[in-house]
Design a protein around this ligand. Structure first.
Ligand SMILES: [Zn+2]
Length: 333
């Protein structure tokens, strides 16, 4: 049995103050002027809504409702949806800045496509139109027993970068990002959409293979023809010559491809077939065509798996952002 020694009053008070400071340090995560109060175990006890901060009108595509949210609170839901919370904190912080930049540009420049869902909407929860977002309920479901720890980590990434955005020559940058480039190089915006953006250029991205590195998608010729609306052109006997890659970019994405008599970009074919990326090869079989993709997403801007890799190598979030968006500046707006 361990004997309990009672400390003198002064020492007891000092110990209490130290403990209080420690609890303060580990327990509070400030979001804007809102306060997230956690136990040291990571359990979320209380959240006080911030005042006088930027609000964003978010259209929830699942529930078909418009939500008025604090921007920083919204970003916690974006990070939860867009990047695995198990990633390094620096990668999550870089993601927070990129996601905030995108949200701020949607607030500043309203999108007509977004407003078709609701006239007051500034952003939607659709990753196809904007960036993904999930509710606290969905976060609990997705993270299970790790909910408290992950929620705290994601909130910390948002809080420690509070108000920070990525700019290019004083204007909000287009902070595009994607899940994985496949491990090699990111893609230049010019190769995907045809317009050159000085900071959305191809950079080396030497991260190890990840779950998106090699994926196979099989289509029967009938399915393939239907998806491309080329049913009449696809017939037995012409499969071998039916499709051919005309050019690839330096990052190995298909730039131009001929399908039947149609010439399209790799991105267009990717979108029609719902492929993970335009970095693909294909194999023609008698009754089907097999696509092997590398990476996930358009490949432009920050590669999330690469960000996690470089974070583990010691890069902080500013270095990660400077690497993937060369020439941009992180600043508080
Ligand atoms: Zn990458």
């Amino acid at each position: 049995m361990v004997a309990r020694v009672k400390l003198p009053k002064k020492q007891r008070r000092r110990k209490t103050i130290k403990l209080y400071l420690r609890v303060l340090m580990f327990s509070f995560v400030f979001l804007g002027s809102g306060i997230w109060l956690y136990e040291e175990s990571g359990k979320l006890l209380e959240y006080t809504k911030p005042v006088n901060t930027t609000t964003i009108q978010v259209y929830d595509m699942e529930r078909n409702i418009l939500m008025s949210m604090d921007l920083e609170e919204y970003l916690v839901g974006v990070l939860a949806a867009e990047m695995p919370a198990s990633f390094h904190l620096s990668a999550l912080q870089a993601q927070a800045v990129a996601a905030r930049t995108f949200a701020m540009s949607r607030i500043k420049n309203p999108s007509m496509k977004v407003q078709t869902f609701h006239p007051e909407a500034q952003i939607t929860t659709s990753p196809e139109i904007c960036q993904a977002w999930i509710s606290e309920e969905e976060q609990r479901r997705r993270w299970g027993n790790s909910y408290e720890i992950y929620r705290q980590k994601v909130a910390e990434a948002v809080q420690t970068t509070c108000g920070q955005v990525l700019t290019w020559q004083g204007e909000l940058a287009e902070a595009l990002y994607h899940a994985s480039c496949g491990g090699g190089n990111t893609e230049a915006a010019a190769n995907v959409w045809g317009n050159h953006v000085p900071y959305l250029v191809s950079v080396a991205c030497n991260h190890p293979q990840d779950k998106h590195s090699q994926e196979e998608t099989v289509f029967t010729w009938q399915e393939f023809g239907q998806k491309l609306q080329l049913e009449n052109e696809v017939s037995v006997g012409n499969f071998g010559d039916f499709i051919s890659v005309l050019s690839r970019t330096a990052a190995k994405h298909v730039e131009k491809i001929r399908v039947g008599n149609r010439i399209m970009t790799g991105g267009q074919l990717r979108s029609l077939l719902g492929l993970k990326s335009s970095q693909f090869t294909y194999q023609i079989k008698e009754d089907s065509i097999i696509f092997k993709t590398e990476g996930y997403g358009h490949g432009v801007g920050m590669c999330q798996h690469g960000a996690d890799h470089y974070a583990k190598q010691g890069y902080d979030y500013q270095q990660i952002l400077a690497y993937y968006y060369p020439g941009t500046v992180v600043e508080k707006w």
